[in-house]
Design a protein around this ligand. Sequence first.
Ligand SMILES: C=C(O[C@@H]1C=C(C(=O)O)C=C[C@H]1O)C(=O)O
Length: 277
Amino acid sequence: MNLLNKNDALSLAKLRDVLIRLEDTIIFALIERAQFALNDCTYQPGVYKYDNGSQGSFLEYFLHEMEKVHARVRRYTSPDEYPFTSPLPEPMLPTLDFPPTLHPNNINVNKDIMERYLQDIVPKICAPGDDLNYGSSATRDTECLQALSKRIHYGKFIAESKFMDPTQQKTYIKLIQNKDRDAIMELLTNRTVEAALLRRLRRKALIYGSDITETGEVVTKEEEVEGSTATTTSRKIQADVVVDLYERFVIPLTKEVEVEYLLRRLDGWQIPEDTEN
Ligand SMILES: C=C(O[C@@H]1C=C(C(=O)O)C=C[C@H]1O)C(=O)O
């Protein structure tokens, strides 16, 4: 998809294809991270001294330096004029800014992503302990966080696309004018799409998380299950963890981004006459 092409950028079907592809990115990023131990010291503030004077954890230092590079490069690649006719809140392209102060949203999405990732995800996918691979695990953490942030910030494009739907625009305008957050959330929610996503995600996590031999067999291991030995598939990541991550965290945050975006959608925008009540 070309985000600089307005038709592509606002086609709901194309945007949903991007979210589907990002499922693969996120699952593989988690699998990459899961090969290293927890390495808890990389998340503790003040363990190391940094040349930029930062007080944060090793991971925060790492993210900060990465984001500096991204910000510098973006300056040279942003088009002068973004081809949307209506304003999109900054930053226009989803990024993981750090330190996480950034968004014009009330919610501090990236701080939420970071907290939930560290509390809920890393301890479930990594072996407890320390394997001294601090640089490797911080690199993988960065990839996971950037993929999650990108996915969740796509809510802005999804929301714009839903708002531009001529059959829905009047209703959205009314709800936005009434600041009816709950009704906006209800209107933008598509439970069929969510349920299909969770089913697909479980299958992907089962398949991508398996090891395959050169003759195509799925690698198995012998395991003690309730007192007897059973043959189970050896998995690099538990499908439940991935599904739970989406159900409790990725989808709800994407929708919060959608609502926050829509609540600002009328600011500085002239409502077309034929849409006004
Ligand atoms: C992203 C969308 O909006 C909502 C959020 C979804 C998600 O985060 O996966 C899925 C369906 C909708 O409830 C969409 O409609 O595709």
